[in-house]
Design a protein around this ligand. Structure first.
Ligand SMILES: Nc1ncnc2c1ncn2[C@@H]1O[C@H](COP(=O)(O)OP(=O)(O)OP(=O)(O)O)[C@@H](O)[C@H]1O
Ligand SMILES: [Mg+2]
Length: 264
């Protein structure tokens, strides 16, 4: 039986997003979509507002936000930060902070149980969780002892990023925003990152990845590459846009704006 195709909303859709911090307008009008299993790379010069975009979507109270952002049909901007997380939004911070006094495994288990409760599922068995956490740590090359330590306290830069990846792996979000997850990761860490992102995409997780590094961007095989400039998405392309930016720099990319897309 033929039925007319109903237009389907993308998993994450952002429209005319405007973000102010204090009296500064950082984002003027940002729009993009990411669907289940897709990966979008967000590039832009230092200070162009990539972290601002990620933090504003996650619900950081520092930002005044207007416009529209929808996650699986829900109005993200109307939701408090914890409801956004429960709805399946995950943010890996550019500079993950220490949380003294909070054990890493308890932190992740508590977050996981809050999400399960929101779905009407029972709490995960503590031994099952520990098994998953140990397997995740092994996959990400994180020493098991770090599960029992306070979150990020005394962790090296790369260990913090691996710990963000552990949270990602265990929480299994619907949409993951990864803000410079590769900075500080060694070659094995980057390989583990690419492997984890690839397998989670196959399971349907959508990714928005902020990165400055072409090698990582190429390894991630993005569906789209976006360039943020002056508070807007100034360019959209495939991996060739990331290659052009890497080869020419952001100053040159600005001069490309006037050129037709085919000429890039
Ligand atoms: N509290 C604040 N007051 C004023 N300006 C701010 C404040 N917080 C951030 N900004 C400015 O907002 C702009 C965007 O910052 P953001 O951290 O989003 O950039 P970014 O694209 O992530 O850069 P990077 O590549 O260096 O991480 C910067 O110019 C920054 O100085
Ligand atoms: Mg940033």
């Amino acid at each position: 039986m033929n039925r007319p195709a109903t237009p389907r909303e993308p998993l994450l859709s952002v429209r005319e997003l405007r973000v102010d911090v204090g009296t500064t307008r950082v984002l003027r009008s940002v729009g993009f979509d990411v669907d289940a299993g897709e990966l979008v790379v967000l590039m832009g010069a230092n200070g162009s507002g990539k972290s601002t975009l990620a933090l504003a979507l996650a619900g950081h109270p520092r930002y005044q936000v207007a416009g529209q952002a929808r996650l699986a049909g829900q109005d993200l901007l109307a939701m408090p930060v914890e409801a956004r997380a429960r709805a399946g939004l995950f943010l890996s911070l550019q500079a993950p902070p220490d949380i003294p006094g909070v054990r890493n495994n308890l932190f992740i288990r508590t977050a996981l149980n809050a999400q399960r409760a929101a779905r009407g599922d029972s709490e995960i068995d503590a031994y099952d969780f520990l098994g998953q956490a140990k397997a995740g740590a092994a996959r990400l090359g994180l020493p098991e002892a770090m599960l029992a330590r306070p979150v990020n306290e005394g962790f090296s830069g790369g260990e913090r990023k691996r710990n963000e990846l552990l949270q990602l792996a265990l929480l299994k979000p619907r949409v993951a925003l990864l803000d410079e997850i590769d900075s500080g990761l060694d070659v094995d860490g980057v390989r583990a990152l690419v492997d984890l992102v690839g397998s989670m995409r196959r399971e349907g997780t959508a990714f928005v990845v902020v990165s400055h590094y072409l090698q990582l961007i190429e390894s991630l095989a993005p569906d789209r590459v976006l360039r943020l400039h002056e508070g807007c998405i100034a360019e959209t392309g495939g991996v060739e846009l990331a290659r052009a930016i890497a080869a020419q720099g952001y100053a040159a990319s600005r001069s490309r704006e006037a050129e037709p897309v085919e000429a890039r």
